[in-house]
Ligand binder design. Structure first.
Ligand code: ATP
Length: 282
């Protein structure tokens, strides 16, 4: 059975339809990346999927239940959403910020649930490698640390569905990889807006490409991120190169990229660039 499914979903902002007829289907434990150019509607779609915005048409189902028919607290127990940007209040301690993920489980008017909360908060911070800042005020964090704290709050919500808007933003490359591996290790269902197509290809089961107001392509990374698709959607040269050592294919982006050579396909290492060639390039 699907974990998250949309049926003919359309999203609008200020009465303007941004996306039409989006049909997504994520199985339990599946990781799907949502890609598209700036302004293509990724955040709007995610906000609609988690119930922060009403659909212009269509429906969203979580485990077969219409998400928009659920009460807010019930929704927050089923799907954790981490927005693209959020500035936590300065004096709030990191632990307190992450504990906000537990609010949907607290009895009404309860300020805190001290019995289980601290363990959950520590576990969530541990998953993003930030237990050591538990008692630090949020305004003493770097951009990347703040981002990871927000993700920890999402993890502390303990929903088996995570909807993340650019989770790797501001993270250095090691922390990007670590985060995506951590998400995979949790076994949770993940839908994440991503800008880094290589990360999307390497860490996600499926990629959904938004283009010109529609879900343009949806499929496994190799199919959804075909160089043709990438060029059409992002208006950038794209090709695939095989790593001679591993045989693994990588998407190479940008003008002036090397053409796919017989050597790269056969696995033979390309000639190293000479010093003179580098000089010429300057
Ligand atoms: N509150 C708003 N009022 C009017 N237009 C808006 C509003 N919020 C977003 N938009 C517009 O809606 C479009 C889609 O925005 P959205 O944030 O969903 O795109 P995105 O794909 O997430 O972009 P990015 O990659 O830059 O984060 C953009 O053209 C944006 O300018």
């Amino acid at each position: 059975m699907s974990h998250l499914r949309t049926e003919g979903l359309s999203c609008a902002i200020a009465g303007r339809i941004l996306l039409s007829d989006v049909d997504l289907d994520l199985a339990q434990g599946q990781m799907m990346a949502l890609v598209g150019v700036n302004g293509s509607g990724k955040s709007t779609l995610l906000r609609t999927l988690v119930g922060l915005q009403a659909p212009a048409a269509g429906r969203v189902f979580v485990h077969g239940q219409d998400l928009h028919a659920l009460r807010t607290r019930e929704r927050a127990r089923r799907v954790a959403y981490v927005p693209q940007e959020e500035q936590p209040p300065g004096e709030l301690l990191v632990g307190e910020m992450v504990a906000l993920g537990r609010v949907p489980y607290r009895p009404p008017w309860a300020l805190r649930d001290t019995v289980t909360e601290r363990d959950t908060v520590v576990r969530a911070l541990d998953a993003v490698g930030l237990v050591h800042v538990l008692d630090r005020p949020c305004d003493q964090l770097s951009g990347g640390e703040r981002r990871r704290v927000l993700l920890a709050r999402g993890l502390a919500q303990e929903c088996d569905l995570l909807v993340l808007d650019e989770p790797t933003n501001h993270l250095d490359v090691r922390h990007q990889v670590q985060l995506l591996q951590t998400l995979r290790a949790t076994g949770r269902t993940v839908l994440a807006a991503m800008h880094d197509l290589s990360m999307a290809a390497a860490h996600f089961d499926e990629v959904a490409v938004l283009h010109k107001g529609t879900l343009h392509v949806l499929g496994p990374p190799r199919q959804a991120l075909e160089p043709d698709v990438v060029t059409r959607v992002f208006e950038i040269d794209a090709t695939r190169l095989a790593d001679p050592a591993t045989g693994r294919e990588h998407l190479v982006l940008g003008p002036g990229m090397p053409a796919l050579t017989a050597a790269s396909v056969s696995g033979k290492a390309p000639e190293p660039r000479t010093h003179q060639a580098r000089e010429d390039h300057r």
